[in-house]
Design a binder for this molecule. Structure first.
Ligand SMILES: N[C@@H](CCC(=O)N[C@@H](CS)C(=O)NCC(=O)O)C(=O)O
Length: 206
């Protein structure tokens, strides 16, 4: 087995995949894609992902793009016990709901807020920070009665949600009012095989 993650150290979408690989105990190498110099728009990279984005996974020559699709692939192919993606229809749908949240509210809330401070993206801070707080309020309420996003065991839902919520203060999204979310982040960080997302000293994290 030879797994290569084409990613970028400041990308939460890339970190999500690296976290999954590490938590599942899958040996892999990480190749940094030089986003600053447009390597993700080169003809070679566009063959791997026509959208010109990281992450891309190469598993013995099979290439895949989209972080959440990669998480599902890894769990389906390598997690024989299906600890990370339950087999039962309800459990699977519950995880999928959070993958949709990760591709929606997370991407256009806390992740977008951080793109402003880390990369100078031209989003409206009020809009994206407001969206982040709307999401965090819901998460904090749900996490009052469960340890992880889907019940009391960690799943792909937590892997997909972690990186950009942990880095939310970098985008001026304050986590102070969400004790259950902070306790959940700490629970993810305590999982065996956890790897941290590289910090950037900007926003509230400065
Ligand atoms: N839906 C994609 C989003 C990936 C994404 O937004 N990647 C960013 C880095 S975090 C990227 O490559 N941006 C460069 C670009 O869009 O040109 C996924 O989940 O993988």
């Amino acid at each position: 087995m030879s797994i290569t993650l084409h990613g970028f150290s400041l990308s939460g979408h890339s970190h999500r995949v690296q976290l999954a690989l590490s938590l599942m105990g899958l040996p892999h190498q990480v190749v940094q894609v030089d986003l600053k110099h447009g390597a993700h728009k080169s003809p070679e990279f566009l063959k791997l992902n026509p959208f010109g984005q990281v992450p891309v996974l190469d598993d013995d020559g099979t290439t895949l793009f989209d972080s959440n699709a990669i998480l599902v692939y890894l769990a389906t192919k390598y997690d024989a016990d299906r600890r990370w993606l339950p087999r039962d229809p309800k459990g699977q749908a519950d995880v999928q709901a959070w993958l949709s949240v990760a591709a929606g509210l997370v991407a256009f809330g806390p992740a977008a807020a951080r793109l402003i401070t880390v990369f100078g993206a031209r989003f409206n801070p009020e809009d994206v920070i407001g969206r982040a707080h709307g999401l965090l309020k819901v998460m904090d309420g749900l996490l009052a009665t469960r340890h992880f996003l889907v019940g009391n065991n960690a799943t792909l839902a937590d892997i997909a949600g972690y990186s950009y919520i942990a880095a939310a203060p970098e985008g001026n999204v304050d986590l102070a009012a969400y004790p259950n979310v902070r306790a959940w982040l700490a629970r993810v960080e305590a999982l065996s095989g956890f790897v941290p997302f590289q910090k950037t000293p900007v926003g509230l994290a400065a």
